[in-house]
Design a binder for this molecule. Sequence first.
Ligand code: NAI
Length: 264
Amino acid sequence: MTAQFDYTGKRVVVTGSSSGIGAATARALATAGAEVHGASRTGDATGLASFTPLDLADPASIEAAASAIGDPVHALFNCAGATPMVAPLDILKVNFLGTRLLTEHILAQMPHGGAVVNVSSDGGYAWRKRQSIIVEFLAARTFDAGLAWYEAHKDESGHPYGFAKEALNVWTMQQSATLIGRGIRINVCSPGAVQTPMLEAIEAVFPSEMIDAVTVPIGRRSTPEEQAGPLLFLNSPAASYVNGIDLQVDGGFWAGRTLAGAFH
Ligand code: NAI
């Protein structure tokens, strides 16, 4: 594999390093010269500088993992995620509350020039019309307060997979306004359908036609490597003026839906 970006001398963290988009990102970063530290619920240190067990549903595990990883961390790639089929509260914990908590721990030690990228989803696109409820949720600033808010507002929040991704997008935008004062950028990538073990698990439960509906107009699913490239770009100096964006990596799906009036 040829390196698309130069990460020589950079100490980076990839969550979800054991599978799918995270594994492809870890491989691409190693090729680009980074010292890659992986963290996931499952997996091992193959191809990595280190591997730290991490359960994003558990604040104690998150704190222990952040401390074991240590510093400096020049770039954080939040690729871990739970499928839409696990228990609702676990989806919210892993895909937003735990990801936020881990990021806060790592940001506390991140040097000037650092960068964070969060893997959201085309399923989180609706933040564009649901900002008020999401901002209310984000005002619950801790893991436990966020959980309590969600339990009290389940009905209006919608499915936790979409809600967690919407929250990740809006939280990223909020953080971008303040972190840039420390010289740190933070962005989101929103994949469409990516051929990974998560998508295989979804396809075992939901019809393939439902997944293929989001491959319009490109007509095929993404490989994990096609997601890794934009993630490496966003956390590299090549994106030094890119901050607080939601980069759609969906083959043009949401461009078409937006023109078709999905957000009028
Ligand atoms: P995957 O299932 O292949 O990998 C998920 C990774 O997250 C694994 O390394 C797993 O160990 C880790 N993980 C799961 N639960 C965890 C927990 N409680 N604590 C720590 N780590 C945990 O999934 P994939 O497809 O690579 O997904 C990566 C991200 O991309 C997720 O955030 C997912 O929501 C998002 N995404 C995926 C799409 C797809 O079509 N595959 C589409 C849109 C977004």
